[in-house]
Ligand binder design. Structure first.
Ligand SMILES: Nc1nc2c(ncn2[C@@H]2O[C@H](COP(=O)(O)OP(=O)(O)OP(=O)(O)O)[C@@H](O)[C@H]2O)c(=O)[nH]1
Ligand SMILES: [Mg+2]
Length: 331
């Protein structure tokens, strides 16, 4: 693996030699929006590292998740759903993030919604991934037909037949939601990986800072509670993320976040009548963060208008989203 995914030295040096070779590698999870990529990553890890909503374009950045097995370490890269990007800088950066994550990996899992099958858009994306238009070497492609719990066998069979012309190393029907075939896929993947080191120590499952994850959970609640285009017009910027001095051995954290919206009218909707919407979102985010971090949280939310934040490089950088310049530098 190259240094693209910013991994430093192997974590297993000095351990006695194992007769079974240890394999490791990076595996991108790509596909159109809303196909269940993040649900799959969370299912593999048995914990939540990526937010999930019923709305498309939930994931905005590359989310890394490490799956530790006795003789293998699979480093998954969940990616934003690949769609026809709008004109905003931010939107284009999202799609580019997805393609870039697929460049420097050992295998690609390409997710398709089994209720729709492979569409023209999928074929175009797959062609781009395979053709080296993104200047990457050929990587094994595993086509994952997800959400099989939603389709009958006849339809599934037809969708599976229709992908025979694609040059996939494997085609796996799966349900990330129910867990069907998730384990089976994990046993197939090591065959596509080479011998290699443990890139991450056994107790590390992501490289995502807790602050970033907290902002993501707040954004998830905004996506869940707000309608139409509004979720796409907002971003969450974390402020304070600080532990209070312990009182009676209770761990308490103060978390402040600002919700950025593009227009004044959106601010009113996010706050709601007498603050009711903001209260609802804050309460949902707080209880989830408390459950995940296992501490008591005092969450304060503010809403701020930041006109066209999606076009503002400084704001994007501040939010932890990649800017075109950074992406140029990476490629
Ligand atoms: N029925 C069913 N629903 C699923 C399955 N996997 C995911 N979903 C649902 O599909 C929706 C989208 O899931 P996500 O995991 O956010 O999809 P995604 O591909 O990461 O979406 P983006 O981040 O927008 O690209 C959520 O409502 C999930 O609960 C599945 O196997 N079966
Ligand atoms: Mg996602």
């Amino acid at each position: 693996m190259s240094s693209k995914h910013s991994v430093t030295s192997p974590a297993n040096s000095g351990q006695p030699a194992d007769p079974v070779p240890f394999k490791s590698g990076f595996i991108a999870i790509a596909g159109q929006p809303n196909t269940g990529k993040s649900t799959f990553l969370n299912a593999v890890l048995g914990r939540k590292v990526a937010i999930v909503t019923p709305k498309a374009q939930t994931t905005r950045t590359r989310i890394l998740g490490v799956c530790h097995r006795p003789h293998c370490q699979m480093v998954f890269l969940d990616t934003p759903g690949i769609h026809r990007p709008g004109s905003s800088l931010f939107n284009q950066a999202m799609v580019r993030t997805a393609y870039e994550a697929c460049q420097d990996v050992d295998a690609i899992l390409y997710f398709v919604d089994a209720s729709r099958g492979v569409q023209e858009a999928d074929r175009a994306i797959l062609a781009r991934l395979a053709s080296g238009e993104d200047s990457a070497p050929k990587r094994p492609l595993v086509l994952v037909m997800n959400k099989v719990d939603r389709v009958d066998e006849v339809k599934l069979f037809a969708h599976l037949q229709a992908v025979q012309d694609l040059s996939c190393a494997e085609v796996v029907p799966l349900s990330a939601l129910t867990g069907y075939n998730v384990e089976h896929l994990l046993t197939l993947l090591p065959a596509h990986l080479a011998e290699g080191p443990r890139f991450f120590p056994d107790d590390q499952w992501t490289d995502q800072p807790e602050q970033f994850f907290a902002a993501e959970v707040i954004r998830e609640k905004l996506f869940m509670h707000l309608q139409k285009e509004l979720p796409y017009s907002l971003a969450v910027k974390l402020g304070k993320f600080q532990q209070r001095l312990p009182v009676l051995e209770k761990e308490i954290w103060d978390v402040d976040a600002t919700i950025l919206v593009e227009r004044e009218s959106q601010k009113g909707i996010v706050i709601g009548q007498k603050g009711s919407m903001l209260k609802l979102i804050g309460s949902a985010a707080r209880s989830e963060l408390e459950r995940i971090f296992g501490v008591q949280i005092f969450l304060k939310l503010w809403v701020k208008v930041r006109k066209d934040w999606g076009e503002d490089r400084a704001v994007l950088r501040d939010l932890g989203y990649p800017t075109p310049e950074e992406q140029e530098g990476m490629s």
